[in-house]
Design a protein around this ligand. Structure first.
Ligand code: GLC
Length: 398
């Protein structure tokens, strides 16, 4: 993928409930009741430049916006359904305003589109998940629904400038490669995720960090600032920034991209706690970003032999970066089997040089075998205590 770090934004009528983006299904609300929210949606404090600035300062270079979530409510001026932003008291195309703000900043725009649509009479698909049962008068018909979906995609991909990536949500379990071909014809060069009508271009692990090595397929992991919801939630259980930065570091050091999500409030503002999460994570990210760009895994297995602290080693040319995504448990690293001295070692978190030597360490006891431990590269006097709240990245220049 071209970009590494993006802001995911879940916004829609559900923000009014401050509950969760799937509130209609989670609380089993009839369609007509949910529709009443439309009359109350008036985000007078919506300032897309403020969203874009927040993301940009955190080092994010794309914004992924929920044009339509499962509820079927459309945040653009669509001609395919009345259930859209133009029929709220706000009456303005919020996607257009966001696209313009992105354009002003050079921020890329990506679009999320839910295949489940709890408003559309043809959308019900028993083969998929996240379905509300059809209501009286609905006529489930996945073929007719795809005709509607294509017209919406045509509007989204022809009316708002370049779209960097498309995020289908909830696999329909229907194979129809024609849909992504249609998308690509409208936006050549667009990247498409793996939750649509064919495998697309990239994978999307959600709320979990896969264990293991370098990704074999382009991958974009996503996670929200809080545990309960992607949309704005009043009683949210926010993650610690240490937890968020740790999963971001791990995913990126495996070659993946990362989408960190916020759910703006119904008035259009991003709540202060979410903003602070983005800022704090962004502050760490911008200090270490060079270690995550244009990298490949270091060949061979490196270990921290005395501490067993987990890390991922990546390289760009003759520079190595060691990613201690869970932080350091002590102020030293014993790097085996490295026996040469690098030209320079830097702690990227603060840009300061790190002390090092190639030496034999006292960790193992070998009297009985009469063998001394092999010398190896020892990094020491690291200010681990000052950085116990974030992943630690060590740069080594060879
Ligand atoms: C899940 C949820 C959805 C959310 C998405 C983000 O699929 O159903 O609410 O938008 O994850 O990846």
């Amino acid at each position: 993928m071209q970009e590494q770090f993006g802001l995911f934004v879940h916004w829609g009528l559900y923000a009014l409930t401050a509950y969760q983006e799937q509130v209609r299904a989670r609380l089993r609300l009839p369609r007509a009741d949910y529709h009443r929210l439309m009359a109350a949606f008036n985000p007078v404090r919506y300032d897309p430049d403020a969203w874009v600035d927040l993301a940009w300062q955190a080092g994010m270079r794309y914004i992924f916006f929920t044009a339509k979530h499962h509820d079927g409510f459309c945040l653009w001026d669509t001609r395919q359904t009345d259930f859209n932003i133009m029929n709220t008291p706000y009456k303005r195309d919020v996607l257009r305003l966001l696209a313009d703000a992105c354009d002003r900043r050079g921020m890329k725009l990506s679009l999320y589109y839910s295949i489940p649509d709890w408003n559309h009479p043809n959308a019900y698909n028993p083969a998929s998940s996240h379905q509300c049962p059809p209501e009286a008068g609905d006529q489930p018909d996945t073929v007719r629904y795809r005709a509607f979906l294509k017209e919406q995609i045509r509007e989204l991909l022809t009316g708002y400038g370049p779209v960097y990536t498309l995020f289908w949500d909830i696999p329909p379990h229907i194979a129809d490669p024609e849909i992504n071909a249609f998308v690509r014809a409208l936006q050549p060069g667009i990247l498409i995720n793996d939750r649509g009508y064919d495998p697309g271009d990239f994978s999307t692990p959600e709320r979990q960090v896969p264990d293991g090595a370098w990704f074999t397929r382009p991958t974009e992991a996503c996670q929200s600032v809080g545990r309960q919801s992607w949309g704005y939630r009043f009683q949210e259980d926010y993650y610690t920034t240490r937890y968020l930065a740790s999963s971001i570091d791990k995913v990126m050091a495996m070659g993946g991209s990362y989408l960190l999500n916020v759910g703006p409030m119904a008035d259009g503002r991003i709540d202060p706690v979410s903003q602070e999460k983005v800022r704090t994570v962004g502050d760490w990210y911008t200090r270490v970003a060079e270690s995550l760009t244009g990298i490949e895994p270091v060949a061979g297995k490196l270990v921290d032999s005395s501490g067993n602290q987990p890390f991922l080693a990546v390289a760009r040319g003759s520079t190595w970066y060691l990613h201690f995504y869970d932080g350091l448990s002590a102020g030293g690293v014993t790097l085996k089997p490295v026996q040469e001295k690098p030209k320079e070692v830097i702690l990227l978190n603060n840009g300061q040089p790190v002390a090092y030597a190639v030496t034999t360490l006292p960790t193992s006891w070998h009297w009985d075998t009469q063998e001394l431990d092999q010398p190896c590269l020892h990094l020491f006097n690291l200010p681990a205590e000052s950085f116990c709240h974030e992943p630690v990245v060590i740069k080594m220049i060879w």
